[in-house]
Design a protein around this ligand. Structure first.
Ligand code: F6P
Length: 403
């Protein structure tokens, strides 16, 4: 019997720990591993011997993990060298040998799948038998070859709920106002699109929704607001953090210098603030901007039960795949049936997933790039269903917390 190790990588979601829970439970229950390890701060921490034994987590903490946001093990954004002859690879495989690892599970998005892909390629090169398996997560829902990604359902439920709540708030004064809500998703607008679910009637807010899949035109935007004011006083506009004009300049780039991470991604925030100033200046109405920011990926009270269950199931399925000695793959989720929603799991080639982004199909973006189609609503609604009871202490949520 050998050991299994699991890590978390990239931006967290509200259910990334539910996947960790699924891995821990399935691996411990299987009794097929001597030890079930967790990497602290992903591959970066593991390369420096930072690991923990998941059997040391108390039962109460382990149960709380299912509904704890953040990344319990800590995360990283660490890009492995492109060159498989780089000295990093012999080093990390020495680490695998040191801890007697037979299976490596990595919970993350497209950049983290790049790690799984490179490690499995190196393993093939040196004839190592270690299995490398990715477990999908991201609020961005932009992984290819899977119907959707754990983390998206809860973030979508949160974004749509908050937009609904802000909607009621904006209606209190009998005055023209604009509220611009900025939502995460650099190049893929799935989460911003989910704000369409907030509408209770056809003319309800949000009246305009802008995704990064299409170009954003400031003048057209101002015209659309003026048009909407003809029949509605309080307007909510939802924009993705990655909206850009037709030469590719991000709207948020107009306000601040951007930080670039190890994968070359620009940190994006501020487009709603920029638009707030633009609308104030040009239309002279009261404007507010709201950045949902990290709250959209860590809001436990808005967890989708479907999402939590699927995140856990993905983790459990990864252990099954490891026991079947699968490698170079990612767990994917499929719809069993087109009419009644039920998820099924399988494995897909991780090399086909890493560094790729699945965007919202352009034919789901309607009304001159300001609205979202019924097809999207049909796709997203099953993913936000059900809610979860969070353990409480002193009236507040109780979360698992690694000391
Ligand atoms: O992992 C996805 C994501 O949440 C994106 O939606 C967002 O743009 C990015 O992470 C932010 O990353 P970080 O927390 O590293 O700044």
């Amino acid at each position: 019997m050998k050991n299994i190790i699991v890590g978390q990588s990239g931006g967290p979601t509200a259910v990334i720990n539910a996947s960790l829970y699924g891995v821990a439970k399935a691996a411990l229950e299987s009794e097929k591993f001597n030890n079930v390890y967790g990497m602290l701060n992903g591959i970066e921490g593991f390369s420096n011997d930072r690991i923990m034994n998941l059997a040391d987590i108390s039962d109460e903490e382990l149960e709380a993990l299912r509904t704890t946001p953040g990344a319990y093990l800590g995360s990283c954004r660490y890009k492995l060298p492109e060159d498989l002859d780089d000295k990093f690879y012999p080093h990390i495989f020495k680490q695998f040998e040191k801890y007697d690892i037979s299976s490596f599970l990595y919970i993350g998005g497209n950049d983290s799948m790049d790690t799984v892909s490179k490690l499995s390629k190196y393993a093939e090169k040196i004839n190592s038998k270690i299995c490398f398996i990715g477990i999908p997560k991201t609020i961005d829902n932009d992984l290819t070859l899977t119907d959707h990604t754990p983390g998206f359902g809860s973030a979508a439920k949160f974004a749509a709920s908050i937009v609904k709540e802000i909607g009621r708030d904006t209606e209190v004064y009998d005055k023209n106002t604009v509220t611009i809500i900025e939502i995460m998703g650099r190049n893929a607008g799935w989460l911003t699109a989910a704000t369409v679910l907030a509408r209770q009637t056809k003319d309800d807010n949000p009246v305009l929704i802008y995704l990064p899949e299409t170009n954003f035109d400031e003048e057209e935007f101002l015209k659309s607001l003026t048009e909407n004011f003809k029949h509605k006083k309080q307007l909510i506009v939802c924009v993705s953090e990655g909206i850009h004009n037709d030469d590719g300049t991000f709207i948020c780039e107009k306000t601040a210098d951007m930080i670039i991470d190890n994968f070359g991604h620009k940190s994006m925030n501020g487009c709603a603030k920029y638009l707030e100033n633009l609308v104030k200046e040009r239309l002279g109405v009261k404007v507010r901007s709201v950045e949902l920011n990290v709250s959209q990926r860590c809001a436990a009270e808005y967890l989708s039960e479907t999402d939590v269950n699927e995140a856990e199931a993905s983790g459990r399925f990864a252990v099954t795949a490891a026991l079947a000695e699968k490698t170079g793959c990612m767990i994917a989720c499929f719809r069993k049936d087109q009419d009644i929603y039920e998820a099924a799991y399988g494995t897909v080639d991780v090399n086909e997933v890493c560094n790729k982004e699945k965007c919202v199909p352009l034919y789901w973006i309607t009304d001159n790039n300001t609205n979202i189609s019924q097809e999207f609503i049909n796709y997203a609604l099953p993913l936000i269903q059900g809610s979860v009871d969070i353990p409480k202490k002193n009236g507040l949520p109780y979360f698992a917390y690694r000391k």
